[in-house]
Design a protein around this ligand. Sequence first.
Ligand code: 13P
Ligand code: ZN
Length: 288
Amino acid sequence: MIYDMAQLLKISYTNRFAVGAFNVANSEFVKVVVDAAEAKNSPAIIQIHPLEIELLGDAFVTYVREAMNRARVPMALHLDHGGTLSDVLRAIRNGFNSVMIDASRESFEENIRITRQIVEVAHMVGVAVEAELGTIGSNAGSGEGGTEEILYTDPKQALDFVQRTKIDSLAVAIGTSHGIYPATKEHSIQIDRLKAIRDRVGIPLVLHGGSDNAESEIRAASQNGIAKINLATDMKRAFFRRLRQSLNDLPNDYEAFIVVPEATKAATELVGHKMELFGSSGKAKLFF
Ligand code: 13P
Ligand code: ZN
C-alpha cells in the first residue's frame, strides 16, 4: 500500500534502520522492488528521476501507483533530484507523495530560498520534501548528477538549513558518489560527520549514491541517522548484466517472457540483499 513518506521515515529513523529508495526506469524494476519488499516483509520507496520520467511518460506513474497500492507492504513514491518547481508540480499532479528539490549546487542562501518555496507548495497538499546540503560525488555511468569534488555537509549549517526550510528529510554529503567508483578512487563514508549532523538536526537523513560502498559503512550509516538510502546503479547493473548474458545466450529469442526473467530474478535478489543490509527486512510490521 502507499504510505505517507514523512511518517514512513519517522518510523525508520526512530528505529535506526534505513528504507531503500530504488530508481525505476521500466516496469521490470517496479516488479523487482515490490517482489523483493514483499519477500523480505520490508517497507520500500520507489523513486523516479526527472530524466526517467522523460523516458517513461506520465502514464507510467499510474501503473507504478497501482502496483504499489496492491503491495502488502508500506511503500512511498518519491521524485528523485527534482530540479525545478515545474518538476515538483508535475510529480504532485501525477500522485507522488514525496519530492526532492535538489538546489545543492546553488549558494547556501539560494538553496534555502528555492527549497522553502517548494516546501510551502508541497506541504499545502501533504507532500513530503527532501532537500540536499553539500554535494555528493559523481562517477561515470550514472545520470543522477553530483560534482567532481564532494562538498561535505557542515553540521552547523545543516541545522540552520533545516530550521529555515522546514524540510522533512535532509540529503547529506558524507563521502558517497552516484554510480560505480573507478578502481583508483578512494572513498569512504564519514560516520563521525553523520553523527554530528544527526545530533544537531534531529530529522531523518538521506544517503544518496547507495551503490558500490563498503557494506560495513552502509550498515553503520543506517544505524546512525540515515533513514533512506537511494540505490539505483547496483540494481540496474545486476539487471542489465544478466539481460546482456541472456541476449547473448539466446540470440534468436524475442519473447520478453523468455529473455527477461533471469535479469529480473538477479535484480530482485540484489534488492532483497540490500533490504537486509539497510536493516529494513522484517520491519513492515512496525508500520501498521
Ligand atoms: P546510486 O546510483 O549510486 O545507487 O545512487 C542513486 C541515487 O542517489 C539516486 O538519487
Ligand atoms: Zn541521488
